[in-house]
Design a protein around this ligand. Structure first.
Ligand code: G6P
Length: 638
């Protein structure tokens, strides 16, 4: 979803901002823009605030924005450079990638938006919910609007407050924000003061990067910051920061001073680059063995039959003694939650419910303090609905835990305790390694809950041995990538797909279908295999490929009956089964084989060929795999 980058320092801002926007592309967007402040003497900002308050406008603000990719913005800036225009001068600036909410993707609706006289510019993530009422009020006062966005309304509101009160920009921003309802992460740059950036957050993440030699950076996530600094300050909701070259002041929106801790970013630059792969998605699929190893490192001890999840030590008794665990999540994370339900109920014998975070937060959930434990699962740790579900759970007195990948993310910080995936950055919009690592963490949680209660020491050792062996098995199946690519070639023209599985592999069927529709735009549905008879069977004919996850487990015979039913109706069966199972060779048109493991660990293996299948289908159909249309990596609005 929308991305923000800001820079203040002594280098030219243009390249830093555009590069930062490229790093933010993975979040999903449809237009991009920058605003750069040139210093009072026409050169780059010199760190001096304007000396004459009656002589504002001693800097100059250049705004360039374009519908489409960051490359279109880069090209437009390049053309300017190659013509007589030169680069945009200035060493203070803000940049934005917009994911349209109010108003279609267009040059005009793209950010930054400026005050009517171009005194200052603003970029905004989130939604100002009461924008229509504010717009009406401002219109009556004579303000005119060029765009359809809620963001322009916020800019004009700040403008209006400043004009009415004569307050410094920082104060006007603060006062305007107190009149808004909704979510925002904003950054403001001012032509009147080329030594100033103002950022504020309420519901949409912002990070301040503290560089060397008077450089500061602002990002909606760490991606645009990593190559410049690892020292960061996380802004919380209701906080704002005024940044100058020689330092920064964090305050609440109400104006109270705050002291904030500086954190160290964990991820490396190489981790957010493609490293020789054509797409981030393929890189991340291929990284799964290492990601799973990192996820388990230091946490499981198969010889002793022990699981140690440091982040949950203080709450493990509460978790083991819970009457009910409620897993809340969205998208792919919701699918891993479904696997988690099976895992925790069968291994630890604690009842589990799985909820879409977006439903949970609004349906007045009945939560019993000290008896119910809510676990939020979110790769990004920033999904608006999942975060709201965490807050809802906490407001109702429940213990709220988090399973996140992004260290320092809002959900990670706001939950009472939690576990990081340690999967490394996931840049491709379609989640892959985060899914397998989420399932791995849920497996470890289920085993930790079972330890000394529902599993004997011997069983624990056996389970942990099997879990420790999974990364190597994933490595083996990734070697069959070519076979999956061949399969993709055959089915790449299909318009519909059905994915069916049972038990632990029912959520994998859902995930396989989601992966395909997300990146190849082929309509795909996932169902529990037995549900096929209650509707989807009507769709089956020779043009309908049906992917069955048919592992030799407790549901195998039932799944084979479902395969027969599809075969009898001429459906094209693609089966995923155990490496040495040849019983389906005649029934299925194609068989994808995965290594043997314990039944409850099979989702970690069966999902891999489905990820590869959707990847190759999408590539062959010429789709933008890493940034599929309309999708966002981190959905920070509800
Ligand atoms: C978006 C992404 C999905 C992701 C979902 C939940 O829709 O495109 O890949 O599964 O959000 O994201 P989270 O970061 O909370 O896991």
């Amino acid at each position: 979803m929308c991305g923000i980058v800001g820079y203040i320092g002594d280098r030219e801002a243009e390249d830093i901002l555009v590069k930062g926007l490229e790093r933010l592309e993975y979040r999903g967007y449809d237009s991009a823009g920058v605003a750069i402040v040139d210093g009072p003497d026409g050169s780059a900002g010199n760190g001096q605030a304007p000396s004459d308050e009656k002589n504002p406008g001693n800097g100059h603000l250049s705004v360039h924005k374009k519908k489409g990719k960051v490359s279109a913005l880069r090209d437009a800036l390049g053309e300017r450079k190659n013509g007589s225009g030169g680069g945009l001068p200035g060493s203070v600036g803000i940049g934005h990638t917009r994911w349209a909410t109010h108003g279609a993707p267009s040059d005009v609706n793209a950010h930054p938006h400026t005050s009517s006289d171009g005194r200052f510019a603003l970029v905004h993530n989130g939604i100002i919910e009461n924008y229509a009422a504010i717009k009406e009020r401002l219109r009556e006062k004579g303000h005119a609007f060029e765009s359809d966005t809620d963001t322009e309304v916020l800019v004009r509101l700040i403008d209006d407050v400043q004009q009415e009160t004569g307050l410094p920009l920082e104060e006007a921003v603060r006062q305007a924000l107190t009149q808004t309802v909704g979510a925002y992460g904003i950054v403001v740059a001012s032509a009147e003061d080329p030594d100033l950036l103002i950022a504020a957050r309420n519901g949409s993440p912002l990070i301040l990067g503290v560089g060397d030699d008077g450089e500061h950076f602002i990002g909606s996530d760490a991606a645009p910051l990593i190559e410049h600094t690892r020292q960061v300050v996380y802004l919380e909701d209701g906080e704002m920061v005024v940044v100058r070259r020689d330092g920064y002041d964090v305050k609440t929106i109400e104006g109270a001073d705050l002291k904030k801790e500086i954190h160290e970013l964990e991820w490396d630059l190489e981790e957010i680059e493609k490293g020789g792969y054509e797409h981030f998605m393929l890189k991340e699929i291929m990284e799964q063995p290492t990601a799973l190893e990192d996820c388990m490192r230091g946490r499981i001890n198969p010889e002793k039959g022990q699981v140690l999840l440091g982040g949950l030590t203080d709450v493990m008794d509460a978790l083991r003694g819970a009457d009910r665990v409620i897993l809340v999540a969205c998208g792919t994370s919701w699918h891993s939650a479904l696997v988690g339900e099976y895992l925790i109920e069968s291994l630890a014998e604690v009842p589990v419910e799985v909820e879409y975070a977006s439903e949970f937060r609004y349906r007045e959930p009945i939560l019993r303090p000290a008896r119910d434990v809510v676990i939020a699962i979110s790769q990004s740790g920033e999904t608006a609905d999942t975060l709201a579900a965490v807050r809802e759970a906490q407001n109702r007195g429940a213990l709220a835990l988090g399973i996140c990948n992004v260290v320092g993310s809002t959900i990670a910080r706001e939950t009472d305790a939690g576990v990081y995936l340690h999967a490394g950055p996931e840049i491709g919009v379609a989640s892959t390694k985060a899914f397998t690592c989420q399932v791995c963490v849920l497996t470890m949680i289920a085993l930790a809950m079972a330890e000394g209660r529902t599993l004997t020491d011997g069983q624990m050792q056996e389970h942990l041995d099997a879990l420790a062996g999974v990364p190597e098995k994933v490595r083996t199946e990734l070697q069959r990538e070519e076979e999956v690519a061949d399969l993709a070639k055959i089915y790449r023209q299909a318009s519909n797909f059905l994915y069916l599985g049972r038990g632990y592999n029912f959520p994998v069927a859902l995930e396989g279908a989601l992966k395909l529709k997300e990146i190849s735009y082929i309509h795909a549905e996932g169902y529990p295999a037995a549900e096929m008879k209650h509707g989807p069977i009507a769709l089956i004919d020779r043009f309908m490929p049906v992917v069955f996850i048919a592992m030799k487990d407790s549901t195998y015979d039932k799944v084979v009956s479902n395969i027969e039913e599809v075969d009898a109706r001429d459906g094209a069966v693609i089966a995923i089964t155990n490496a040495d199972n040849h019983e389906l060779d005649d029934l299925a048109e194609y068989v994808m084989r995965v290594p043997e493991t314990m039944e409850y660990l099979s989702p970690l293996l069966t999902v891999v060929p489905l990820q590869l299948l959707s990847y190759h289908m999408a590539v062959m159909r010429g789709c933008d795999v890493d940034q599929p249309r309309n999708l966002a990596k981190s959905v920070t609005v509800e």
